[in-house]
Write a protein that binds this ligand. Structure first.
Ligand code: BG6
Length: 471
């Protein structure tokens, strides 16, 4: 009793009962076992095969953290460090080696076992269907460029709802759907690694359509749970209050946030973005009835990934008519003097951004139920912080998380409907081009020693926070 009184008194940031404490991860980044038990190739397996040196230290997606073999140990560890929930993704090409057709029974056994283990351990599974990992067989017909992929996704989603929906009550169609558009079609960091704005728009449009169709399917199947999407939101801050800077910042917001947020939550596309696409001749091909499907099938739940803001200023140079079209033709990036950086990842750290997003969702998106589905800090060379007892003393991560949580707490006190905080990520995992360069986890993974796990100081700290529901 005494302990309880003391604890409550000391809690400056107390979170609502039922708050979701945990972390998130994705299949390709954690499972390993990329070419066994019937799994088909996805774009990452393929890209690594043809260009291994693109990946930091030439480490590929087969060498990830071995969740496929160690999930029981991992789920136990999640519980030990205070998780009441965890987000994972299903590997589409493990379930359907060719993207569609016959389901792979071994994949079904694996995900059944993972989900059962989580439920028995008392960790709610949040399951995401697409985390950047297009099956290669579908990429061969154009991936998201091809409308057939939308149908294949709908089929894959329906199979997952049917097989796992009795135990999974929180589903997500996509993680950060803008990233494959940016990476694959604009800025060269995902396969197919081309620069083509017209295709980028088509890919984005098909992704949004696939999400709405999967949501429709979920509801038509009378599933008992909620379905949402996970978006990476980058609040857009103008250099100044000058009209030209404000306008540039609003356009960047349309390209990078509202492009997916508006159709997902409001069922409509932002009119300023549509106007640009029309002027530039980039409207995607659509079929009759698509817009009704998008309009009628908005999300129940919004996952928000937040890492960094976007600082924007008006364009300072005239447009080069020969340059390929990029959103940056409408604004310039602005390197604000004195901004705080995570030098390892090259991303700005601006904690208040998380609050600004939540207030924007509250005020302009009907205060839809949401949670922080990713936030985190990737750090290179964490081994140097390992102490004589073998624990990585990652105080910087504790500070990073707590500073963001303070702003989440403030948003709650001002009426935000935010229900959780998931760190990216549970254990150090493989990243899309940086492989194991930057480490993000509560738990370290020793690749030289059979992917041995050790809880970092932040994991022990998080356990207390989650157990006390605050700090
Ligand atoms: C998010 C993704 O964008 O950021 C994760 O959902 C990713 O898949 C994470 O790993 C961190 O980014 P990176 O590139 O440092 O791994």
């Amino acid at each position: 009793m005494k302990l309880k009184e003391e604890t409550t008194e000391k809690l400056q940031y107390h979170f609502p009962e039922g708050f979701w404490w945990g972390s998130s991860a994705s299949a390709t980044q954690t499972e390993g076992a990329a070419d066994i038990d019937g799994k088909g190739k996805n774009i990452w397996d393929h890209w690594y095969e043809i260009e291994p040196n693109r990946f930091f230290n030439a480490v590929g997606p087969q060498d990830t953290s071995q969740f496929y073999y160690k999930y029981k140990e991992d789920i136990k560890l999640m519980k030990e460090i205070g998780h009441n929930s965890f987000r994972l993704s299903i590997s589409w090409s493990r379930m359907f080696p060719k993207g569609k057709g016959e389901v792979n029974k071994k994949a079904v056994d694996f995900y059944n076992s993972v989900i059962d283990e989580m439920v028995e351990t008392g960790i709610e599974p949040f399951v995401n269907l697409y985390h950047f990992d297009m099956p290669m067989a579908l990429q061969d017909i154009g991936g998201w460029e091809n409308r057939d992929t939308v149908d294949a996704f709908e089929g894959y989603a329906a199979t997952c709802f049917q097989l796992f929906g009795d135990r999974v009550a929180k589903w997500f169609t996509h993680n950060e759907p803008i990233v494959p558009v940016e990476g694959g079609y604009l800025y060269n960091f995902h396969y197919p690694n081309i620069v083509d704005f017209k295709k980028a728009v088509q890919v984005g449009y098909h992704t949004i359509l696939s999400s709405a169709k999967a949501i429709k399917k979920y509801r038509d199947m009378n599933m008992d749970g909620k379905i949402g999407i996970i978006l990476n939101l980058t609040p857009s801050y103008p250099r100044s209050q000058n009209p030209a800077d404000l306008k540039a910042s609003k356009i960047a917001d349309a390209f990078f946030n509202r492009s997916f947020l508006d159709p997902s939550v409001k069922g409509e596309f932002p009119s300023d973005l549509v106007a640009i696409l029309k002027t530039e001749g980039f409207m995607p091909a659509m079929a009759a009835g698509d817009l009704d499907i998008i309009q009628q099938n908005t999300v129940d739940l919004l996952g928000i990934n937040y890492y960094q803001p976007r600082r924007v200023k008006a364009k300072e140079h005239a447009r080069n008519p020969d340059a390929p079209f990029l959103p940056e033709l409408y604004f310039d990036h602005y390197e604000m003097p004195g901004r705080k950086m995570n030098v390892h990842r090259g991303w700005e750290i601006y904690e208040k951004g998380i609050y600004d997003i939540l207030m924007n969702v509250k005020e302009n998106y009907g205060n839809i139920e949401c949670f922080i589905s990713e936030n985190g800090m990737g750090v290179e060379g964490e081994e140097r912080f390992r102490d004589e007892n073998g624990m990585i003393q990652d105080d910087y991560r504790i500070e990073f998380i707590s500073e963001h949580l303070k702003w989440v707490h403030k948003a709650i006190s001002e009426g935000s409907n935010v229900w959780g905080y998931h760190l990216w990520t549970f254990m150090d995992n493989w990243s899309w081009s940086n492989a194991y360069k930057n480490r993000y986890g509560f738990v370290s993974v020793n690749l030289e020693k059979d992917a041995e796990r050790t809880v970092k100081k932040s994991g022990h700290w998080f356990k207390k926070v989650a157990n006390m529901n605050g700090f």
